[in-house]
Design a protein around this ligand. Structure first.
Ligand SMILES: [Zn+2]
Length: 377
């Protein structure tokens, strides 16, 4: 039976996979059944109660490495503003499918599963395709890191990340290094501050240094310069005590070639020994040379399907993706970010994905997989 990407999008939206807590298992099992039925070899990796990733491969993979397609099934929460539609119904209004996770990125996952599921028989005996469907992407690519650490992915010849790009082919994104900075003091009664050491004052000095912190690296020609933002500052429990602990949360967006351990050493040297740094999210930048032959093929296929040209300058994504974990784990092959959702609608109230774009993405993925299977090593 043919897999309809629109129907499947609606089914995926009907699973509540808001992360936290995620609870992606039922949604993942649903996809496993469909891909099993289409003749792929599937395996499910549970990494927490009610949470699992799915790997599905077309059969009889040849000597050339397979083409990998990846997407996640968890979503962000609904937010405080009430929705004007049911966020789990996948209702279509004016050729747009509404629902939490439609754009980011259940419609992308549905397009991948329909494209490869419907092509599975033709891909048998070729290098074929491998699908990596993850859980827990929205909070630091948890599921993808679990797969990377487990060492069960094998290698891939190229990767398509079906995150929302309005079906444009993007060749990279910055990395993310989130750090928790901790400063210690000595507590005392608020009426006798001279008996304590105030961690809030230490934090204030660190904040001033962070505001003028320089990475001292040349900007990347397309991703620009790295950035640093102080997102959270906490010190003190009650107003009449000297705080003995201060915590600062910082969000660094890195560029290719700027090593995350080097950033941490640089920060320590700048901020002094009195501070401890602990990464809470550590995702490398992703970048593929747009002149690589496979990227040119992708541009051509996108043009054939959508009529839209890649444009004179290579484009990049503003967000990070599972590729930070999966691209190194799969042997650093060329990686493209290309999916039917609209990046501007991701995480928003009344999120939607264009029905036409879901159909186009399915067509693009089918052509990419067919072409990959026909091209010799
Ligand atoms: Zn996403």
């Amino acid at each position: 039976m043919r897999i309809d990407p629109i129907e499947l999008s609606r089914e995926l939206i009907s699973f509540n996979t808001i992360n936290p807590p995620g609870n992606e298992l039922r949604c993942i099992v649903h996809l496993q059944r469909i891909l099993d039925g289409a003749g792929l070899e599937t395996s499910l990796q549970t990494f927490a109660p009610d949470r699992a990733n799915l790997i599905a491969r077309t059969r009889n993979i040849g000597s050339k490495l397979p083409l990998c397609f990846t997407g996640h099934v968890d979503t962000v929460p609904l937010g405080n503003t009430p929705w004007s539609v049911d966020p789990f119904a996948g209702e279509i209004i004016h050729r747009k499918m509404y629902g939490r996770g439609s754009t980011d990125m259940k419609c992308g996952v549905a397009a991948v599963v329909a494209a490869i599921g419907n092509l599975a028989k033709e891909l048998e005996g070729t290098s074929g395709a491998v699908l990596v469907i993850t859980a827990g992407e929205e909070i630091g690519c948890e599921g993808a890191f679990h797969l990377a650490r487990a060492g069960i992915l094998g290698r891939a010849g190229a990767i398509v990340v079906a995150e929302p790009t309005s079906n444009a082919a993007l060749v990279g994104h910055k990395g993310a290094l989130w750090l928790r900075l901790t400063l210690k003091g000595i507590t005392a009664h608020g009426s006798m501050p001279h008996l304590g050491v105030n961690a809030a004052y230490k934090a204030a000095r660190v904040l001033t240094a962070l505001e003028t912190f320089q990475f001292n690296v040349a900007p990347h020609p397309y991703l620009g310069s790295p950035t640093l933002n102080v997102g959270t500052v906490h010190a003190g429990l009650n107003v009449n005590s000297v705080p003995d602990l201060a915590e600062i949360g910082i969000d660094i967006r890195s560029i290719p070639g700027l090593d995350h351990s080097r950033i941490q050493e640089h920060l320590k040297a700048e901020l002094g020994d009195d501070i401890s740094l602990e990464p809470t999210v550590d995702l490398g930048a992703v970048w593929t040379d747009p002149s690589s032959p496979w990227i040119k093929e992708v541009y051509q296929i996108v043009r054939d399907v959508t009529g839209e040209d890649a444009g004179p300058e290579p484009r990049t994504a503003p967000y990070f993706t599972d590729a930070s974990a999966l691209t190194p784990a799969l042997g650093n092959p060329p990686t493209i970010i290309l999916g039917p959702g609209e990046a501007a609608k991701a995480h928003q109230t009344d999120e939607y994905c264009s029905v036409q774009r879901i159909c186009d993405a399915t067509d693009i993925y089918s052509r990419l997989a067919a072409r990959w299977s026909r091209t010799p090593e």
